[in-house]
Design a protein around this ligand. Structure first.
Ligand code: DLZ
Length: 161
């Protein structure tokens, strides 16, 4: 993966996802951005063989709710990985910091508590422009990066079993 372009990766290093099942939880705050992240994640999963009936998408109100939404998915479905997609943009108050800390900590905890990967596909930016640049703009799409990470981590887990 590249920091200049989140959509740039060595496709040959990504395992086939044809027999993998994915959950995607997407926050509706900054929906213009998160809908692009979702499009990117879906198209990248499918590019590597995942099928529509093996991808479950659920929406939550904001990034703070991503942790619990992801836990619901892991509890109620048999998934190989859960991708969390959100976008937190800095405002005038410290709210940004608390949401970022909450979701980062929450997703980290899920990774350690469940035996499947939970992928951090959350943009944390200072401006909407920076977010759009990373949601299908000049810096690629973090949704693509999250999907590739999900496939690679699910494959790693299978390798270890
Ligand atoms: C309240 C809030 C604010 C100010 N900003 C964002 C944001 O930039 N991105 C985001 O995903 N969510 C934001 N939220 C909503 C919180 O994530 C959460 O939904 C509410 O605080 C209710 O728990």
């Amino acid at each position: 993966m590249s920091t200049d372009d989140l959509s740039k990766y060595d496709a040959g290093s990504v395992p086939n996802a044809g027999d993998m099942r994915f959950g995607i939880v997407v926050a509706d705050w900054n929906q213009e951005v998160t809908s692009s992240l979702l499009r990117g994640a879906l198209s990248t999963l499918k590019k590597h063989g995942a099928t529509d009936n093996n991808i479950v998408v659920k929406h939550v109100p904001g990034s703070f709710e991503l942790t619990l939404g992801a836990q619901f998915l892991a509890e109620y479905d048999d998934l190989d990985a859960v991708i969390c997609l959100g976008c937190v943009i800095q405002g005038e108050t410290p709210h940004f910091t608390y949401i970022c800390q909450g979701v980062t900590y929450g997703i980290t905890e899920l990774n350690l508590d469940y035996n499947i990967p939970f992928i951090f596909g959350v943009l944390t930016t200072l401006t909407l422009e920076q977010a759009l640049a990373r949601a299908g703009g000049v810096h690629g799409n973090k949704g693509d990066e999250a999907a590739v990470t999900a496939i690679r981590m699910a494959a790693l887990q299978r390798e270890m079993e």
